[in-house]
Design a binder for this molecule. Structure first.
Ligand SMILES: [Zn+2]
Length: 88
């Protein structure tokens, strides 16, 4: 169910360059950047606030399905906390 939602929304598709699972952050080769890393770290903080990944993931996917990736509140929040480009 979660996997299906993730696939449906393109979350696990070829366009995905970063993934955060627990405190592990996975970034595709060639896409490493302070900006992406800070973005993924913000997702870690988001699910620490949610209490657990089990609590966070359904809320996150619900937002993706409901608002779309670009407009999901968790994504807007993560983008707002990306390190500035000149920071690298
Ligand atoms: Zn994100």
């Amino acid at each position: 169910m979660l996997r299906q939602a993730a696939l449906q929304t393109g979350l696990l598709g070829p366009n995905m360059i970063g993934l955060t699972l627990g405190h592990g952050i996975y970034i595709c080769h060639g896409h490493e950047s302070p900006r992406l890393l800070s973005h993924e770290c913000r997702h870690v903080q988001q699910y620490e606030q949610a209490g657990s990944i089990a609590a966070y993931l359904p809320m996150y996917l619900q937002q993706i399905v409901q608002f779309g990736y670009a407009s999901a509140p968790y994504e807007i929040d993560a983008r707002a906390h990306e390190a500035a480009a000149q920071f690298k």
